[in-house]
Ligand binder design. Structure first.
Ligand code: HEC
Length: 132
């Protein structure tokens, strides 16, 4: 049997490894979520957030939720804010007050979410902050 030319196998192995790693990445159930964060994960599905925001790092209409917690973003009014509980609460209540400079699309407002739901969603987004 003719040996494969050097360099053929490495990219193949790499691709296989990446495919395997990718499998787990968007399986929310494999994450360590406490009860509150789990409720937040459900709410993000129930309220349709996940239609615009992925939890796996991919871009949709809105930015991904993965790995955002604690990071800075520039707003269209020039301010730089941190993605924290205050940011999440403000965006949900009045997204136009905290619109990201780098997104053309607008976020719909959710001003009537009960505080308990905002808290659970926030716990979930915090849990996604370590990159999953
Ligand atoms: C129709 C699409 C859409 C839906 C539904 C939606 N969002 Fe958004 N969201 C966006 C867009 C677009 C942005 C970024 C533009 C902006 O900042 O206005 C955004 C921004 C955000 C931000 C700030 C992101 C950042 O990186 O600073 C948070 C937090 C957020 N959304 C949470 C939610 C939650 C929670 C829900 C569900 C209750 C939700 N969104 C539903 C489109 C959406």
């Amino acid at each position: 049997m003719r040996p494969l030319p050097a360099g053929t196998l490495t990219p193949l192995l790499l691709a296989a490894a990446l495919a395997l790693a990718g499998c787990g990445a968007d399986e929310p159930d494999e994450r360590e979520l406490d009860a509150t964060a789990q409720r937040g994960e459900e709410l993000v599905a129930v309220h349709g957030c996940i239609g615009c925001h992925s939890a796996d790092g991919s871009d949709r209409t809105g930015p991904t939720f993965l790995g955002q917690w604690g990071t800075e973003r520039e707003l269209d009014d020039g301010r730089v804010v941190v993605f924290d509980a205050e940011h999440v609460a403000e965006v949900l209540a009045d997204p136009s007050s905290r619109s990201r400079a780098d997104y053309g699309a607008r976020m719909p407002a959710f001003p009537d979410l009960p505080a308990e739901e905002v808290e659970a969603i926030t716990a979930y987004l915090e849990a996604l902050g370590d990159g999953g």
